[in-house]
Design a protein around this ligand. Structure first.
Ligand SMILES: Nc1nc2c(ncn2[C@@H]2O[C@H](COP(=O)(O)OP(=O)(O)OP(=O)(O)O)[C@@H](O)[C@H]2O)c(=O)[nH]1
Ligand SMILES: [Mg+2]
Length: 576
């Protein structure tokens, strides 16, 4: 079996892109962020050592930092960036800023948590925290106003034990006045979420307490309020988490249903990243084989059949990726909500069903056909899944201008829905009208309503007379009398779970964001392109595989995702 080490032997012939794949394929420690830089970014300062600089964007400013160089086990050159121990560096403004924010919702509550992250966190600790073990909390501040570094650079102060919660007085940074009796935790960088020194203050959540603490924080030199998602962004930029984990954290905060929570926690814990990484590692394996062929050619140093082996691997991989792509958009729908459009003839009980589902009188219900004119959308939780249910106007030919528009909107809502749910009245002898039949799909679900108005013995006969398409999933019941509705809701939950939650192998869906789908789709196309190349055209084939790997790398944010960062972090709340 060919290894990356074999491919790495090519050293000088290798393009910078290939080098990037090799270095990224290594198992990297989380505390160290690895960058591969284009050759133009470094200059030789001695024969044995290269000096690199790299620039990253953070909080709207560019940070330039020097990086060392070392060798990985495969022998390829990799660059190593260390955090927090480059004592001689002058930090850029973005690095100097120490951010703070209320991490809990504002308002009266037992406890509020205020997070502070950055080099001035130590100053904040020394000027605003009076640990109970050090005596009375209302002693004057030990650091006089303006002491420490006005630039917010780290100052050597005594701080609490790393990760240990301690009882303390929270005092004003200037006057030393006691603001609240609370708790505090100090996280010493890089062993913190952001990799920076971090202080978390636990105080009583009262308007005046929070105002006083936040005001004091704003007066500590080098601090400023955090922007949306800025703590998480710092963690991402420091290499603590990747972009799928960032998305997972955001979704965890937003999760309202059990299915959303489950999906988000997997992403936040790195399972999604690992699954994408597995795919990328497979592509790199194929790439290494093809590149070895470019260097040595089959039959010389390399066993026969390597090209075929790479093709077979790619075929399997493409099938796997396509399997994820044809997943009914399960993951995305669990995040955004499954849209169910209720449709059917007038007076069938559609609005009654909506009210039953949301358990309140949300829609107007009258015995007059044509009551509902517009589309009414409501969110609800069906068996842990987020659902957006839409009530629509009854479908019929009408000369009423307003109702006509309502019918058109109903048709559009059904078209755009993930699930269409038809409500028919068993009392209605007209059966399935032409308007309704046009919209019935094999995947449509049907509720045959008003069983209470039909003699029990006649129900089966009535159902048969409706002439529903074969294979239609249907339930019969009475919304008004709440008869058979338990079976209906259980059945609906089961269908939704089958269609949108469960995968064949029982794993959570891989794609949870449109962004993931786009990159996977492109990767699949590059794999197709590789499979179309000729065995004699391995150079072109290798290029296609390289592009496929880059696409997958973009999902985790390893490669070129600057343009999506603002979008992702913009959806965060402040304090996360
Ligand atoms: N007996 C009986 N009446 C029902 C049942 N479900 C709904 N109804 C009644 O049927 C009438 C029409 O109900 P709606 O929910 O407004 O029907 P709709 O399909 O929304 O009607 P449009 O908005 O006109 O399209 C109302 O008087 C309801 O009380 C049921 O299960 N049994
Ligand atoms: Mg209605």
């Amino acid at each position: 079996m060919l290894s990356l080490a074999l491919a790495a032997r090519r050293g000088t012939k290798r393009t910078s892109e290939t080098r990037q794949f090799l270095t990224r394929s290594s198992c990297l420690p989380t505390k160290t962020h690895w960058h591969t830089l284009a050759p133009s970014n470094y200059s030789r300062v001695s024969s044995s050592r290269l000096k690199y600089t790299s620039t990253i964007s953070a909080a709207g400013a560019d940070i330039t930092y020097p990086t060392g160089i070392s060798n990985n086990s495969a022998g390829s050159k990799i660059l190593r960036r260390k955090f927090h121990d480059d004592a001689g560096l002058v930090p850029s403004p973005a690095q100097r800023a120490t951010i703070y924010a209320l991490a809990t919702p504002p308002g009266k509550a037992a406890i509020a948590i205020i997070r502070v992250s950055g080099p001035a966190a130590r100053t904040v600790y020394s000027r605003m925290v009076r640990p109970a073990r050090r005596g009375l909390p209302n002693l004057p501040a030990s650091a006089s106003p303006g002491s420490g570094s006005d630039l917010g650079q780290p100052v050597l102060t005594r701080v609490g034990k790393h990760k240990m919660m301690e009882r303390c007085g929270v005092v004003d940074c200037d006057s030393g006045e006691l603001l609240d009796d609370g708790m505090c935790v100090f996280f010493e960088g890089p062993k913190s979420f952001t990799t920076e020194d971090t202080v978390e203050l636990y105080v009583h959540s009262g308007r005046a307490v929070l105002a006083a603490v936040l005001s004091s924080l704003s007066r500590v030199p080098g601090t400023r309020p955090a922007e949306r998602g800025e703590f998480t962004r710092r963690a991402f930029e420091a290499g603590r988490i990747d972009l799928t984990e960032v998305e997972g954290i955001r979704d965890l905060v937003e999760a309202e249903t059990e299915a959303q929570r489950r999906l988000a926690v997997h992403a936040a814990r790195g399972t999604t990243r690992a699954r994408f990484e597995e795919i990328r590692a497979e592509i790199i394996r194929c790439l290494a084989m093809v590149e070895a062929l470019i260097d040595f050619g089959e039959g010389e140093d390399i066993e026969e059949g390597v090209y075929q082996q790479a093709r077979d691997l790619t075929l399997n991989l493409r099938e796997k990726i396509n399997g994820h792509l044809s997943d009914n958009r399960r993951g995305e729908l669990v995040r955004s909500g499954i849209r169910i459009a209720i449709f059917g003839p007038p007076n069938a009980g559609k609005s009654s069903l909506l009210n039953f589902l949301v358990q309140r009188e949300a829609a107007i219900v009258t015995p007059l056909p044509g009551t509902t004119r517009d589309v009414l959308e409501l969110s609800l939780d069906v068996g842990g899944m987020p659902v957006i249910v839409c009530d629509t106007a009854g479908l019929r030919d009408t000369t009423d201008v307003v109702e006509k528009i309502g019918v058109e909107r109903a048709a559009k809502a059904v078209e755009e829905a993930d699930v269409s749910l038809c409500v028919l009245s068993l009392e209605d002898s007209a059966g399935v009208t032409e308007d309704v039949r046009r919209m019935l799909q094999p995947s449509s679900l049907v509720l045959l309503n008003k069983t209470d108005l039909v003699p029990e013995a006649a129900v089966v006969d009535r159902v048969q007379r409706l002439g529903l398409p074969a294979g239609t999933t249907w339930w019969a019941g009475s919304v008004k009398k709440d008869a058979g509705m338990k079976e209906f809701t259980n059945g609906l939950t089961k269908v939704l779970k089958e269609r949108f939650c469960e995968t064949e192998d029982g794993t959570e869906p891989l794609i949870t964001q449109e962004r993931h789908r786009v990159h996977l789709q492109r990767a699949s196309e590059y794999l197709d392109a590789f499979l179309e190349t000729d065995a004699h055209d391995v150079v072109l084939g290798a290029e296609e595989l390289r592009y496929a790997a880059v696409e997958i790398g973009m999902v985790s944010g390893m490669v070129g995702v600057e343009d999506v960062l603002d979008v992702v972090f913009g959806e965060f709340c402040i304090g996360k």
